[in-house]
Design a protein around this ligand. Structure first.
Ligand code: URA
Length: 227
């Protein structure tokens, strides 16, 4: 999307894509879904959140993160003074619910990834937050798990990417998971407020974390989602 594109233009192009996705039968998830969960939020958002895929509630309502994980996500956003309809856009790696909430298969991701790519292009956020292992490893193209990835802002394709735990992990897990998520969302607030400066020289699309968070393990490589 060009810098000149208006919010209205972004919104209408996202709507065209959503209409296309609503009729998508490119993978077998189409057979079992109730609704396609394309995405929701501000088409002009500074922050884009990427989850894994819709669960039962999302499938029923056609909206992302409307169950218990969504409530926690809303709370974390509220704590940094953001709301999902205002400066936030929420999407998932796959737009249809995998039966029984199993992990999406590679063929399903491949069928769906152009939608995510287009959402990123149109919304053009300052920062992408990946929730959980699945979307973090996929977008950063790394085998490193979320426990080691989190706590940093990666410079990624001209913007920042902050990987953090999935809210479901905080709901299941110890209080420390939620505390870590709060720390990560503070990093997000810093990016949104312009307190982290993007340095193009460091951008290897995920291979070099920012100076605020030096690398401690194997680097993420180029993001295959765009390849
Ligand atoms: N979990 C996800 O990853 N996405 C949703 O939309 C809901 C739950």
């Amino acid at each position: 999307m060009t810098a000149q594109a208006t919010k209205q233009e972004r919104a209408s192009q996202l709507e065209v894509l959503a209409t296309e996705a609503a009729a998508c039968t490119a993978c077998e998830l189409a057979d079992s879904r109730t609704n396609v969960v394309f995405g929701y939020g501000d088409p002009d958002a500074d922050l884009m959140i990427v989850g894994e895929g819709p669960g039962q509630r999302e499938d029923e309502q056609g909206l992302p993160f409307v169950g218990r994980s969504g409530q926690l996500l809303d709370q974390l956003l509220d704590e940094i003074d953001l709301r999902r309809e205002d400066n936030v856009y929420i999407g998932n790696v796959v737009k249809c619910r995998p039966p029984g909430n199993r992990d999406p298969r590679q063929t399903e991701i491949d069928s769906c990834k152009d939608y995510l790519r287009q959402q990123l292009r149109l919304v053009d956020p300052k920062v992408v937050v990946t929730l959980g292992n699945f979307s973090s490893k996929l977008l950063l193209r790394t085998e490193t798990g979320i426990t080691r990835l989190r706590g940093r802002a990666f410079q990624w394709w001209g913007r920042f990417l902050v990987p953090t735990f999935h809210p479901a992990a905080a709901l299941r897990g110890s209080a420390s998971v939620l505390a870590d998520m709060r720390t990560d969302f503070q990093l997000v607030a810093d990016v949104v407020a312009g307190r982290l400066v993007y340095e193009p020289a460091q951008d290897a699309s995920g291979s070099e974390p920012t100076a605020q968070s030096p690398p401690t393990d194997e680097p993420a490589s180029q993001m295959g989602l765009f390849s």
